[in-house]
Design a protein around this ligand. Structure first.
Ligand code: ADP
Ligand code: MG
Length: 707
């Protein structure tokens, strides 16, 4: 197909977007300065069009155009769309890369990727020499990685756009944001110009409901209410699509099932006011959904059919569903928050902020006036919803990004240019954890182990367990486990009680096959059994395992293996020997990585964590150790689920002697002592004093029979 035909096709679809009229000026603005802030309403065409304009204007002659997204799904869907618009095959000229999934090639010139991926690329090539333009998209979302990228790009490129010897031409940095804060962004980036795409929006009338009040912040009864509301809108409002906001996959699937059931019984002759509406098309939209299903949400519904998209927050700004006239807002979102009670990050369902609620409502007013139905009360809005969403950098663990910064030579991590600084105690907490994992030394310098760790896109603890296993010659035991813990949940939990029993039975058999008392070993067994099966997808079906998740775990394992092989070629990974049982060496490796997650039986079924928080936790019912607590004294666990109780999940019994030498490290360094190291203010004399001083080794008290 000739080039001109290509552009004709694309233009037909995209020239109605608000950004289209500003194409020449936008291209010029990018040419004129190193940094540029671009702002415009969601749906104005920033993400899909600007990279194409820059491509057309010849920006790809010297290097790639890279566009970051905080969300994996957005990176994939948008890349697909842009490849289609440009009539290219996805993965060739236009591609995407997310953690463990690289869909790019030598020919890729327009590359969508997660912000985490670009951060990794900076580690390998701080001058970003392969890029001519880097676009940080969705900056208003304030994801941790995007915030760090902002600071890094400012630091590296604000004084010298060529920045490194590896660059022969200057880099252009475009920062895109849907709302607000453009002045703040411009000021942060040396007062760079701001390009505003004017956009028309239509009024949206918002109403409050009565279902969720200030006392309901922890209940999930809102699902039912949301479904009822959707049905009421469908039967009483004029034509126009519905967009429902819920918090996550299982909720969305439940809501869709309920909605489907109820919509089935509607009599369109009598129950529906607008007689042009003859049916309801219910479509879920969440992160881990297969991409072919995601594409459906963008298709216009058949005539007479009303579309109802039930989505996570991804539909608030990252993806725009056309045709939406009605919003149903649950008022909640799933958010990763640092939980100081357990000392780790936990996914929680929390009330959204008022600004988020306004953004959600705005999605109804893109093409005509719309309505937003909030299921919560005005009182809930006033009392439970904060004004703004706190940026991720101020509420999640910084361990991984601080290690990245350190590896990039940013030693003073407190005075790094943050758009909004995290609390100092969070930075110190991260340093403490890195020290505990031996990733940095007492002077705050990255150790050899730390340099190895940063290469793995995994939690530092898990990386450490993998490296330990490599030293001990048993990486084949740990790599599959690391992979299985990096993908979505692999165990299917059917909604129907009979089927649930059947699934649980199968899962118990799998657990028994691996000894019946170690959830990590169960993961290994599932991985190995599936991989060695002749028909792996059938095997998964029979055993109630998500084949899609397992397939990605198999691919992740290969990638982790490749990273490890590459490292082994270039660096020394010390060799160790161990003569003991396979199950013991396996668990000992896990202890090396999970000694921060050790719990000891307290009374009855209650365990107490040993990290200094002393939280009381229970074993989650999904664990094969649930109901077997009696004989257990010490366990390690992968994560914590907080509901009315604190549950530990993916659990493994251990012996105290395996962690005895590791546990003191948890108490060895006081965060305040790290403060001066973090600021690089410590003198050599002080350092020697500190090194020789008796560290406060508060060993946990242990009774004899436990040892
Ligand atoms: P912005 O980044 O300014 O929010 P986008 O570039 O994401 O805007 O969206 C512009 C338009 O492209 C919207 O109308 C959106 O619905 C449409 N669009 C985006 N992705 C797809 C897709 N995968 N399929 C169909 N339309 C899409
Ligand atoms: Mg966008």
């Amino acid at each position: 197909m000739s080039k001109s035909a290509r552009w004709d096709l694309k233009d037909n679809e995209s020239k109605h977007l608000p950004i289209y009229q500003h194409k020449p000026k936008l291209i010029q603005a990018v040419k004129n300065s190193t940094f540029l802030v671009v702002t415009g309403e969601t749906g104005s065409g920033k993400t899909t069009q600007l990279p194409q304009y820059l491509h057309e204007a010849g920006f790809c002659k010297n290097g790639k155009i890279g566009i970051t997204q905080p969300r994996r799904v957005a990176a994939i869907t948008v890349a697909q769309r842009v490849a289609e618009e440009m009539q290219y095959t996805l993965g060739r000229e236009v591609g995407y890369q997310i953690r463990f999934d690289d869909c790019t090639s030598q020919d890729t010139v327009v590359k969508y990727m997660t912000d985490g991926c670009l951060l990794r690329e900076i580690l390998a090539d701080p001058g970003l020499s392969q890029y001519s333009v880097v676009i940080l998209d969705e900056v208003h979302e304030r994801s941790l990685n995007t915030d760090i990228l902002l600071g890094l790009l400012k630091k590296i490129f604000s004084n010298s756009p060529k920045a490194s010897k590896s660059r022969s031409f200057p880099l252009k940095v475009v920062v895109m944001s849907a709302t607000l804060e453009t002045d703040k962004l411009s000021a942060f980036l040396s007062n760079c110009p701001v390009f505003t795409i004017p956009g028309r929006t239509f009024p949206v009338t918002c109403t409050f409901g009565s279902a969720v009040g200030p006392k309901d912040t922890e209940s999930t009864s809102y699902i039912k209410e949301v479904v009822n509301m959707a049905l009421a809108v469908h039967t009483s409002e004029m034509a126009g699509d519905i967009l429902v906001f819920l918090t996550g996959q299982s909720e969305i699937e439940r809501a869709c099932d309920l909605l489907f059931e109820k919509a089935e019984s509607i009599d369109y002759r009598y129950d529906v006011q607008d007689q042009t509406v003859e049916g309801l098309l219910i479509l879920p939209l969440y992160g881990s959904m297969p991409t072919d299903q995601q594409r459906q949400i963008f298709q216009p519904p058949p005539p007479g059919i009303r579309k109802c998209v039930v989505a996570t927050n991804i539909a608030a700004t990252s993806l725009t569903v056309n045709g939406v006239k009605y919003i149903i807002d649950s008022g909640f979102v799933k958010q990763l928050n640092h939980n100081s009670r357990v000392g780790m990050d936990i996914l929680e369902v929390v009330p959204i902020s008022k600004s988020e609620a306004q953004q959600r409502a705005g999605r109804a007013g893109r093409t005509s006036a719309g309505k937003c139905f909030r299921i919560y009360t005005k009182e809930f809005w006033e009392k439970c919803m904060p004004e703004y969403t706190v940026p991720e950098i101020q509420r999640t663990s910084l361990t991984a990004v601080i290690l990245t910064l350190k590896c990039l030579g940013v030693h003073d991590v407190i005075r790094f240019p943050y758009l909004d600084s995290p609390e100092e105690r969070f930075i110190l907490e991260a340093l403490k954890q890195l020290y505990q994992f031996d990733a940095i030394d007492r002077r705050g310098n990255v150790t050899q182990l730390g340099e190895l760790m940063v290469e793995f896109p995994l939690h530092p603890g898990l990386t450490r367990a993998v490296l330990k296993a490599t030293s001990l010659g048993c990486k084949d035991l740990l790599l599959p486990v690391a992979a299985m813990l990096s993908v979505e949940n692999i165990f299917i939990r059917p909604g129907h009680p009979d089927k649930q029993k059947e699934a649980e039975k199968k899962h118990r058999v799998l657990a028994a096959k691996s000894g019946g008392t170690n959830d990590f070993a169960t993961l290994l067994t599932v991985f190995q059994s599936c991989k060695s099966s002749d028909r792996p997808s059938e095997w998964c079906k029979e055993n109630w395992i998500h084949w899609r998740a397992l397939k990605s775990a198999i691919s992740v394992e290969t990638q982790l293996r490749d990273i490890l092989l590459r490292l082994q070629q270039n660096r020394d990974i010390p060799k160790e020997t161990f003569d003991g049982k396979k199950s013991e060496v396996f668990r000992r490796c896990l202890c090396t990585g999970y000694f921060t997650n050790v719990a000891r039986r307290s009374v009855g079924k209650v365990f107490c964590t040993m990290d200094g928080h002393g939280s009381m936790v229970h074993i989650h019912p999904s664990s094969s150790l649930f109901d077997q607590e009696a004989g257990l004294n010490w366990v390690i666990f992968h994560d914590v689920l907080v509901t009315s109780r604190m549950y530990i999940r993916t659990v493994c019994p251990i012996r105290y002697e395996w962690v005895k030498d590791l546990l003191p490290k948890l108490h060895e360094v006081d965060v305040y002592e790290l403060s001066s190291v973090a600021r690089q203010e410590v003198t050599d004399e002080e350092m020697t004093k500190w090194d020789t001083r008796e560290a406060a080794k508060r060993q946990p008290e242990v009774s004899k029979e436990e040892i």
